[in-house]
Design a protein around this ligand. Structure first.
Ligand SMILES: Cc1ncc(COP(=O)(O)O)c(C=O)c1O
Length: 382
């Protein structure tokens, strides 16, 4: 018997039945009152999850499109910006800002560690940091399993004449992001992670301060021109044909999120992460991310000496139908990443740890069956 594959990955993630059902319906036209109702409902839900009073724009793209759009809309050629990079996705901001001709300064944090707000403050107060117009930070660095202190960084940026741009692509809806209270000018989210939707939509919140920069920006853009999105949003519509089915699905997924309650969702994810780490440690495995910065949404595990971690993943996938991911770039073959974001509960995690134990045994790793599961079970609040 084959069941649906369980995606315990950092995205795409599992989609609730209620949300999937909406996408099987016949298409409706995007310039109708019927569609407008879904669009308005989605936008209201997004504001609550983003914890913002400002508009949240919906782009038909993956998360990277949202990152590119944030850069293209808020800056002009030669603008000095600071990218705080903690892994693959921080580096992506370096690539995008460089490609758009900005003057890019970078704070590179060792992979597995989180950014230190004090280091950012020091940089901005130094001559090199003078005139920085934007600071880019990844919230949940999915490539390493680290969550950055977005609130703390917001505090050191308060009162400065620069925009604070946060990639919350893999965290929004799973970990707290208080967009307005923490002073974030643009928060970028992706549909296929904690928001329990398929890939295809990026969401970007835009503060008053960011709109002022956008109005002055001289970088070229057309499809992603935020001024066109703002104008349409005022009429409860989108400038171009949007992904109708995904918007309807999003209005349903956001309903589910608000019904569970943000605080409950954050607590569920925190507990899943604690249980996952407890299991990993009980199995004698080592965590990759420094625990002080460990993400609530993804756990990275170092490959034990002499164990082919990619083979372990392969067995989990092909034999037990549970998909987790490996390392990216120089971490290929060196780590495994277990995603526990979105539509995930304790039983999903227990299944994953069971499959991990069985697969590790098959490649010759010594363990007592049930050790990890027991540790997880003792930690899970179920
Ligand atoms: C933190 C983070 N930023 C950016 C991205 C890129 O998003 P996408 O693959 O949707 O373009 C991802 C996707 O894994 C991510 O996890």
């Amino acid at each position: 018997m084959r069941k649906d594959k369980l995606l315990m990955t950092p995205g795409p993630t599992m989609i609730p039945h209620k949300v999937r059902e909406t996408m099987a319906r016949q298409i409706i036209h995007h310039r109708t009152k019927e569609f407008e109702r879904y669009f308005v409902k989605m936008n209201e839900g997004l504001k609550k999850v983003f914890q913002t009073q400002n508009p949240v724009l919906t782009l038909v793209s993956s998360g990277t499109g949202g990152m590119e759009a944030a850069v293209a809309n808020a800056f002009s050629p030669g603008d000095k910006v600071l990218v705080v990079s903690t892994g693959v996705f921080g580096d992506r901001f370096v690539k995008i800002t460089t490609r758009f001709g900005l003057d890019v300064k970078v704070i590179n944090v060792p992979w597995g560690c989180g950014a230190d707000p004090e280091e950012i403050k020091k940089f901005l107060d130094s001559p090199e940091g003078d005139g920085v117009k934007g600071v880019f930070v990844t919230h949940n660095e999915t490539s390493t399993g680290v969550a950055n202190d977005i609130k703390g960084i917001g505090e050191v940026l308060k009162g400065r004449d620069c925009l604070y741009i946060v990639d919350a692509i893999s965290s929004l809806g799973g970990m707290e992001v208080k967009t307005d209270e923490w002073g974030i000018d643009m928060v970028i989210a992706g549909s296929q992670k904690a928001l329990m939707l398929p890939p295809g939509l990026a969401f970007v919140s835009v503060s008053e301060k960011a709109w002022k920069a956008i109005e002055k920006s001289k970088l070229p853009k057309f499809y992603f021109d935020f001024l066109a999105y703002r104008k349409s949003l005022n009429d409860n519509t989108t400038p171009y044909t949007t992904a109708v089915s995904l918007v309807i699905a999003a209005s349903e997924a956001l309903d589910m999120i608000l019904e569970e309650g943000l605080e409950n969702i954050f607590a569920r994810h925190r507990n899943l992460a604690e249980a996952c780490r407890a299991a990993v440690k009980a199995l004698g495995l080592e965590l990759f991310a420094d625990e002080r910065y460990a993400s609530d949404l993804i756990t990275s595990i170092k490959a034990p000496e002499g164990i082919d971690i990619d083979q372990v993943r392969k067995i989990m996938n092909l034999q037990y139908d549970i998909m987790v991911t490996g390392g990216q770039q120089h971490l290929k073959g060196k780590i495994m990443r277990i995603g526990h974001m979105g539509y995930v509960d304790g039983f999903d995690l227990l299944k994953t740890i069971t499959a991990l134990e069985l697969s590790l045994l098959k490649v010759g790793y010594k363990l007592e069956l049930g050790t990890g599961v027991t540790a997880a079970l003792k930690t899970l609040k179920m």
